[in-house]
Design a protein around this ligand. Structure first.
Ligand code: ARG
Length: 460
């Protein structure tokens, strides 16, 4: 056990308590950001004359060499140390001697860990933003190729009105676009530097917090030292946004699972993203989509963990906050993995266009348009609704579509039917006459695909 705080103690800590308290097994992820933060801190200390330039250079080089040695496997991060901060400081002192003992001047592990988490989370926000950009690109690509791929649109999982695949996927484009914009918004709010807050009340050393913030690419320093060490709002916001991403992925997964079922056969999942059954030779299961749906609950759970951890702790730092890490890492790892895999599965998904079209034709998805036809010929909408309702019942009985009926048969329901009805209720007409902004017509969706490209290009 190599702890930073031996002086005040006469006895040694219970082994179980040591392990219970330690965070090295999971905060070793902070190796790089902790080095980055300590280097910036040392540079600031030198600029302010708190340490000299030689000491600063020695600290910077010492930290770099430790980082390098861990990376090449020459130095191992072991549970001998309480946390990554102790590991680095102890190794630094071992390597450079007394200068290493000065790196923690004007700093506490409370502001140090607050900084590490900000730096780490900030990188992860950018990473997730990139993954969301990837899925938007794939989606818009598929949309551009399927502006005239007809399919039924559903409400209550019942066929409702015809749409196109471009339109259906366009809904997911909007969802992931909002997710991406949320990431950008969160980034701006979290981009302030807590280093220099000390344990909770700042420090008497003349630190230049603005300088450290600038060195680390932050917008500026945080403005209340107690809040700086006690704030985990930005993680809660981020995990909430991740939960929303997962919710979107989960809905999409659910649709792919339905579309992949024997009854629908709208899509074929590539062999690379499906698995078989150990007993039923005919099976090809949508496991990836199911697991994405399954992991959504877990990410929600991570968010709840942190919300609950934070709800009862007084200002400022309390050890409870160490619990933020595993929950956050789990949420961000799982969301990233799900985004990566889902995007790959989507980009290799085969759409069975004929099945989609047939399903739209056979589902009375043009019933609203048939009623609108009678309205245009002078019938009040409520009456038209009733006539078409009877007509649908008749077709169900005959197991055919409205379009399959002859004109005389149609006229027996209403004299207003004429030969132009067939053109008026074709899938093409039903879709392409829907010209309101956001509707599925070729005209509207071509515009949207163009706008989407512009949006994606504006991101780089
Ligand atoms: N491992 C701790 C955490 O994750 C680091 C901060 C420790 N600070 C303290 N006063 N014990 O929160």
């Amino acid at each position: 056990m190599a702890q930073l705080w031996g002086g005040r103690f006469t006895g040694s800590i219970n082994e179980l308590a040591w392990n219970f308290n330690a965070s090295i097994t999971f905060d070793k992820r902070f190796l790089e950001v902790d080095v980055k933060g300590s280097k910036a801190h040392a540079k600031m200390l030198a600029k302010q004359g708190i340490i000299n330039d030689e000491e600063m250079t020695s600290i910077v080089e010492g930290l770099d060499s430790i980082l390098e040695d861990v990376k090449i496997g020459k130095l191992e991060i072991t549970t001998k140390y309480e946390d990554i901060h102790s590991f680095l400081e102890a190794n630094l002192i071992e390597r450079i001697g007394d200068a290493g003992k000065k790196v923690h001047t004007g700093r506490s592990r409370n502001d140090q860990v607050a900084l590490d988490m900000r730096l780490y989370a900030r990188d992860e926000v950018e990473h997730v933003t990139g993954l969301l950009t990837d899925i938007l690109k794939v989606l818009n690509g598929i949309m551009g190729e399927n502006l005239e791929t007809y399919m039924p649109g559903f409400t209550h999982l019942q066929k409702a009105q015809p749409v196109t695949l471009a339109h259906h996927l366009g809904a997911y484009f909007e969802m992931f676009k909002r997710d991406l914009l949320r990431m950008k918004d969160i980034y701006k709010r979290m981009n302030y530097c807590p280093l220099g807050a000390g344990a909770l009340a700042g420090t008497t050393y003349p630190l230049d917090r603005e300088y450290t913030a600038m060195l680390l690419g932050f917008e500026g320093p945080t403005l209340n030292s107690m809040d700086s060490v006690a704030d985990r709002d930005y993680l809660i916001e981020f995990m909430s946004a991740l939960s929303t991403v997962m919710m979107h992925l989960s809905r999409f997964s659910e649709e792919i699972i339905i579309w992949n079922s024997n009854e629908y056969r709208f899509v074929t999942i590539d062999d690379a993203y499906s698995t078989g059954s150990s007993i039923m030779p005919q099976k090809k299961n949508p496991d990836i989509a199911e697991l994405v749906r399954g992991k959504t609950g877990r990410v929600y759970g991570d968010l709840m963990t942190l919300l609950t951890t934070m709800k009862g702790i007084p200002l400022a730092y309390n050890k409870d906050m160490q619990e933020d890490k595993e929950a956050f890492f789990d949420a961000v790892d799982n969301t990233s993995n799900c985004l990566i895999l889902f995007t790959q599965m989507l980009s290799t998904l085969q759409f069975n266009k004929e099945n989609m079209k047939r399903s739209a034709m056979l589902g009375f998805t043009n019933a609203t348009d048939a009623a609108d036809y009678l309205v245009k010929k002078g019938m009040p909408f409520r009456d038209a609704h009733s006539v078409i309702g009877k007509l649908v019942l008749y077709c169900i009985d005959k197991n055919c579509a409205i379009d399959d009926l002859g004109i005389e048969e149609l006229k027996s329901f209403s004299e207003l039917f004429d030969n132009d009805i067939y053109e008026e209720i074709s899938l093409e007409t039903c879709v392409n006459k829907r010209l309101t902004i956001g509707a599925p017509s070729l005209k509207c969706m071509s515009e949207i695909v163009k706008l989407n490209y512009e949006f994606i290009n504006s991101l780089v």
